[in-house]
Design a protein around this ligand. Structure first.
Ligand code: ATP
Ligand code: LTN
Length: 334
């Protein structure tokens, strides 16, 4: 029997991914590539919604690819490609836009959050149509599962609704995908504001653990993470959001259970605990940083991997798109 298929994407918005991106998504990508037929893409078209500087976008796209490889995404075991290299994403994206209700798109919480922060005349229509492009990314590959962090749950639901709507209107064309959202690590919080998600777009970088930052910087950020007034190292999201976040990070990176870690720090203070978390994080990231920098020294090698990825992705995407065009009644080019 053929393996189930997964697809996921990550934006090349920043120079470095953060710990939330890794624990919420990329860690699962690495695990799933063995058991699944995996398609992973760097969604550069999605990144255009934040109007990046062209030079930075191009460089960050390569840095994203290098980081994915350094984190264990293996092009021998998956298809790794750049979204803009496969034109079918935009083509199916338009079809998805025509299938989506205006009200339905207006209810997307990510759109609502972002549009509240930016004044109307400066916000691009791309922020509004973003989820329809994401639906196209997923449906083009007939993905069974989509590994993402908790913040993407609503976009996956929309994708499922659009696929179901298309299938009932035009005949079965798309597989209905499911989110693959783990409980542990699906939401990593800002170290300075442990009730908000760790985010590239946070106002201050002091609560953000960037994978490519120097070890001293990350150690300092963890040691100054916000905690509460108590002394006990105990998982309790309501009373101790800061400590609970650090426990999640420690547990997912070390593979040890939260209970085991709580026991180890029984009777010890927050200082010892934060020191231990900093050490686990820094030692985990040290080889990732070295490997990323090494890979960036040979862009030719990265481009060769991406060329193979784009060819493999195009083969699947063009088949789905031609089925879609046929079903919706577009006249084929003779
Ligand atoms: P940000 O909000 O930090 O600007 P993003 O969500 O736009 O980042 P993407 O590159 O689009 O970042 O997301 C890549 C993956 O990382 C997605 O699957 C997303 O769900 C996941 N992710 C992002 N932030 C977190 C977090 N704090 N905790 C867990 N997963 C996260
Ligand atoms: N919107 C996602 C990024 C993304 C994605 C995808 C994730 C774009 N296309 C397809 C999974 C599948 C985000 O993380 N902000």
């Amino acid at each position: 029997m053929s393996k189930p298929r997964v697809l996921s994407g990550i934006q090349p918005t920043n120079g470095s991914f953060h710990l939330g991106n890794y624990l919420g998504a990329v860690k699962q990508w690495v695990e799933l590539q063995e058991s699944h037929d995996a398609f992973y893409c760097v969604v550069d078209l999605h990144a255009l919604t934040s109007s990046p500087d062209p030079k930075e976008l191009r460089q960050n796209t390569l840095v994203s690819v290098a980081q994915l490889l350094a984190l264990g995404v293996d092009p021998e075991h998956c298809t790794l490609f750049i979204q803009s290299h496969v034109a079918e994403h935009n083509q199916l994206g338009w079809v998805m836009e025509c299938l989506t209700g205006f009200g339905e798109a207006s209810r997307m919480t990510q759109f609502k959050d972002k549009s509240q922060k930016i004044e109307n005349d400066r916000i691009g229509v791309g922020v509004f149509t973003y989820p329809m492009l994401m639906a196209a990314d997923i449906l083009l590959y007939q993905a069974d599962q989509v590994p993402v962090g908790e913040d993407q749950r609503q976009h996956i639901e929309l994708t499922r609704d659009l696929a179901t709507r298309f299938n009932s209107q035009y005949g079965k064309t798309f597989r209905i995908p499911e989110g693959y959202i783990l409980k542990e690590g699906a939401k990593i919080y800002d170290l300075q504001d442990p009730t908000s998600k760790m985010s590239k777009s946070a106002e201050s970088a002091s609560g953000l653990i960037e994978l490519l930052d120097a070890p001293e910087i990350n150690t300092k950020k963890i040691k100054s993470a916000v905690t509460d007034t108590g002394r006990e190292v105990r998982f309790d999201v309501a009373q101790k959001p800061g400590i609970s976040n650090l426990l999640t990070i420690y547990s997912t990176l070390s593979g040890r259970s939260v209970a085991e870690i709580e026991n180890e720090f029984d009777g010890k203070g927050y200082g010892d605990f934060k020191g231990a978390v900093a050490e686990v994080v820094v030692e985990y990231l040290r080889p990732v940083r070295t490997k990323t920098l090494e890979l960036l020294g040979d862009p030719g090698h990265l481009n060769a991997i991406l060329r193979v990825g784009a060819d493999k992705a195009s083969a699947v995407a063009s088949k789905t798109l031609s089925d879609v065009y046929e079903r919706i009644g577009l006249l084929a080019r003779g």
